[in-house]
Design a protein. Structure first.
Ligand SMILES: Nc1ncnc2c1ncn2[C@@H]1O[C@H](COP(=O)(O)OP(=O)(O)O)[C@@H](O)[C@H]1O
Ligand SMILES: [Mg+2]
Length: 347
């Protein structure tokens, strides 16, 4: 098994924490593990994990430089390699690395090229979900090169979405570049911040309600965890809340009725399929109990796996241990690979 971590996105550090935790949890008697860190320049480095890897808070990105073809050259029939891409954000969770793995013809955990790209890009995801009839907050997508930045354009958006909006880069995660903004001057600053990360941004109406999540596993048949709830420590669930001070409260299982859980599962499955997610996904909702009900916020195809992350915690609360979760992800990767390989051989 090859664990890929680090990466060229703003979530490089988060990925290293995730990788340290996953590596410590993998059953080394069942799997041979190679750890490859991708540095900020995109170089792949083979890291030799020490015996006491569980004592590392984050996996270093260090070691001999290797090229991707070299890594996968010896993945043959007698020892099947499965890649676990633990890369968050652009150049990792967005279909780019998945494309490389497709070319190398190696099985890998999680969504494929299209699913990764669609779920990562908030503008493309929202358009696809709206075509599939999945309820969401009202939104606008803005493309920087085509954006006038006129006062009229901004006031028009605020007129449609309300005075207080969320502004986000389309391709990012971990709340990086996300702001809550009120009024046109504030929105202008928020857009500038979002455009630091991507030339596409989305603006959304502010939802006043609960923040709920479901962990999903599967390719065709889907399994759902018990729901989780996030009570942000700051004004919203921002980067520090997620990884630095951990002030957010995580409630697992969330207090919901059976019919509410059933509704969440129904919408999660609909969204997961519409966005072509495979393997795993953490499906995030904003919930207006006395309004429109569950509104889909996003699906993360490579959710955080740190000790305080929701995805593994929700599975643990459902009865699926961390090592069993990894086993299941590997089985799903192989299942998808076999199905796809069968199609490739038809011509
Ligand atoms: N439309 C919205 N209304 C209210 N809160 C929101 C809205 N969109 C995002 N948030 C808050 O901001 C956080 C980060 O936004 P999110 O879309 O999940 O970005 P990321 O992909 O970076 O996690 C959410 O967890 C939530 O706390
Ligand atoms: Mg989020």
């Amino acid at each position: 098994m090859v664990v890929l971590y680090g990466g060229q996105s703003a979530e490089h550090e988060v990925s290293r924490v995730t990788a340290a935790h996953v590596l410590a949890a993998i059953d080394r008697s069942r799997y041979t593990v190679e750890a490859i860190g991708i540095d900020r320049d995109g170089q792949w480095r083979l890291f030799e994990p020490p015996a006491d890897v569980e004592s590392l808070p984050a996996l270093p990105v260090a070691g001999t430089i290797v090229s991707p073809p070299e890594v996968f050259a010896d993945s043959n029939a007698d020892q099947l390699t499965v890649v676990l891409p633990l890369l968050h954000g652009p150049m990792g969770e967005d279909g780019t690395v998945q494309g490389l793995l497709e070319l190398a013809n190696v099985p890998y955990v999680g969504a494929g090229v299209l699913g990764s790209a669609l779920a990562m890009d908030k503008a493309a995801a929202k358009a696809t979900l709206s075509a599939a009839g999945v309820p969401q907050a009202r939104w606008r997508a803005i493309h920087e090169p085509a954006w006038s930045g006129d006062e009229d354009a901004i006031t028009g958006i605020l007129h449609d979405l309300g005075e207080t909006v969320f502004v986000k880069p389309a391709n990012m995660g971990s709340s990086v570049g996300v702001s809550k903004a009120t009024g046109s001057a504030d929105v202008r600053v928020a857009l500038k911040e979002a455009f630091r990360y991507d030339e596409w941004a989305v603006v959304e109406e502010t939802i006043v309600g609960r923040e709920l999540e479901l962990a999903v596993l599967g390719n065709v048949e889907l399994e759902f965890s018990v729901p989780g709830e996030i009570v942000p420590g700051a004004e919203f669930y921002d980067y520090d809340d997620k990884y630095v001070d951990g002030a957010a409260k995580l409630i697992i299982p969330a207090e919901l009725s059976r019919s509410e859980v059933a509704e969440m599962e129904r919408l999660a499955a609909q969204a997961y399929r519409a966005l072509r997610v495979e393997g795993m996904g953490r499906v995030d909702f904003l919930y207006e109990p006395n309004g429109r009900g569950f509104l889909l916020n996003e699906i993360n195809t490579i959710p955080g796996f740190t000790p305080i992350s929701m995805y593994p915690k929700m599975w643990e609360a459902t009865g699926l241990s961390y090592p069993r979760l990894i086993d299941t992800l590997i089985e799903l990767a192989l299942d998808r690979h076999h199905r796809r390989s069968a199609k490739r051989q038809l011509d």
